[in-house]
Design a protein around this ligand. Structure first.
Ligand SMILES: *Cc1c(COP(=O)(O)O)cnc(C)c1O
Length: 432
């Protein structure tokens, strides 16, 4: 990799990037379908949908046109005391696609703020009903974003360590992560469910909500759980009268092979957060959608019962227009996210016996596997950089999370492109 081709920009502080020792960022000139084109002409097949947002690929002309059209009509307006067609239309489209109970759409800007909104809604839901609930139940290895509430409900990790005194206390339980051929999954699920039942029985009025990334934990290492576990979790939440919040910021819009992970699991949570795929990767926009029951607890003229939350760009009409166009494209071609699971299986099956691979797992459009190394597993494992460089040399954009290699391509990737990507991965593994 030519790391000194461009000098790092002297006025920019890049996210999630150690300032010393990191390679210089690659300058991207254009995007098209599943491909990125770098300045100088090199092309990369984007196997991570650019931080998991470009569900339909880069620079989709239909989405670009929708934004252009909306920009000529109304670019933005305050969303308190005012409303507009794109926000109303998008809310209706979302509610139509979501499970029946999820009816009330609250707009914000990104995944972290959508999680903040859900935390506030859950907390104040109980307060408005005259009950004080003081904590949340969350999962080990969870990642819910970088703002303080979102960090608090996330796992305690390298990402949050320096801020730990500022985070509010939550109860963490193990996520029963599983993979192909895992014969311990039942035992892990039973242990977690027992721990949850104990917490809820011992402290019946302590927990405002259970917070989970359904079917797959993203940044925590692409850790997948079973549908059966989510169904049991849902029963437990009902039985003990606590709210269930699904953070579907990553899993929304086809990622798990259905429109939403809750749909694939056949579970209706009380609240859901959506962001990454919402605008097809074009503009920052997010929503928190809750049930009528949650909303009703705020239905009062008493200002103390109002949800005082909002952002200057809340329900930005351009973002809403991009989201409507994205949903229409997904509706027209649902098979684009429904068939990728089979494709991954086809290529991963022969590869899964590779001596460097462990814990192969697939859900919908996402495939993940652990790389065996002598180093400690986790985000700082250096095999990540090795694979990233070898992939770059082959024209593949991969960005392993430590020793977890994953593919999360845009749905427009062709069979030939995916086959080529897996051939590249096989040869990288042979070189390790
Ligand atoms: C990315 C992510 C977030 C945070 O979203 P941002 O848009 O980066 O703030 C929250 N939850 C999950 C599950 C995510 O993957």
């Amino acid at each position: 990799m030519q790391e000194n081709l461009h000098v790092r920009h002297r006025n920019i502080w890049y996210p999630f990037t150690p300032i010393k020792g990191s390679p210089t960022p690659l300058k991207v000139a254009a995007g098209n379908g599943a491909w990125l084109e770098l300045e100088g002409g090199k092309r990369l097949l984007d196997l991570i949908s650019s931080w998991w947002v470009n569900v339909l690929g880069h620079a989709r002309p239909e989405i670009a046109a929708a934004i252009y059209q909306q920009a000529q009509q109304l670019e933005h307006v305050i969303f308190a005391g005012f409303t507009h067609e794109p926000a109303e239309k998008l809310a209706e489209k979302l509610v139509e696609k979501l499970p029946g109970r999820l009816n009330r759409v609250f707009y914000s800007d990104d995944g972290s703020t959508a999680v903040e909104v859900a935390i506030k809604q859950a907390w104040q839901y109980w307060a408005n009903r005259g009950e004080k609930r003081r904590s949340f139940i969350c999962f080990d290895h969870a990642y819910h974003g970088d703002t303080f509430g979102a960090m608090s409900v996330s796992a305690r990790s390298l990402f949050t360590d320096v801020f730990k005194e500022l985070l509010f206390h939550v109860e963490h339980v193990p996520y029963p992560a599983t993979w192909q051929g895992d014969d311990t999954v039942q035992a892990k699920e039973t242990a977690t469910l027992r721990r949850l039942a104990d917490l809820l029985e011992q402290h019946p009025k302590r927990y405002a909500a259970i917070v989970i990334e359904p079917l797959i934990q993203g940044a925590g290492g692409m850790r997948m759980c079973r549908v059966e576990f989510l169904q049991a979790l849902h029963r437990l939440a009902r039985q003990h009268d606590t709210l269930l919040f699904f953070d579907e910021v990553m899993t929304g819009f086809g990622r798990t092979g259905d429109w939403f992970a809750c749909k694939r699991a056949g579970v209706e949570p009380d609240m859901i957060a959506l962001a990454k795929g919402l605008t097809g990767g074009f503009l920052p926009l997010a929503v928190t959608v809750c049930s009528d029951a949650v909303y009703e607890a705020f239905a009062s003229s008493d200002p103390a019962k109002t949800l005082f939350h909002g952002h200057s760009y809340t329900a930005n009409p351009l973002g809403c227009a991009a989201a409507i166009a994205t949903m229409e494209l997904l509706e027209q071609k649902e098979e684009c996210f429904k068939t990728l699971e089979q494709e991954h299986s086809k290529y991963l099956e022969p590869l899964s016996a590779h001596p460097k691979l462990d814990k192969v797992r697939i859900i919908g459009t996402i495939a993940a596997m652990n790389i065996k190394t002598d180093e400690r597993p986790g985000y700082l494992n250096t095999v990540s950089a090795t694979i990233k460089h070898k992939a770059f040399d082959r024209g593949l954009l991969l960005r392993p999370l430590g020793n977890v290699l994953y593919l999360m391509p845009p749905y427009c990737i062709t069979k030939d492109e995916l086959a080529w990507a897996y051939r590249g991965i096989a040869s990288i593994l042979d070189e390790l």
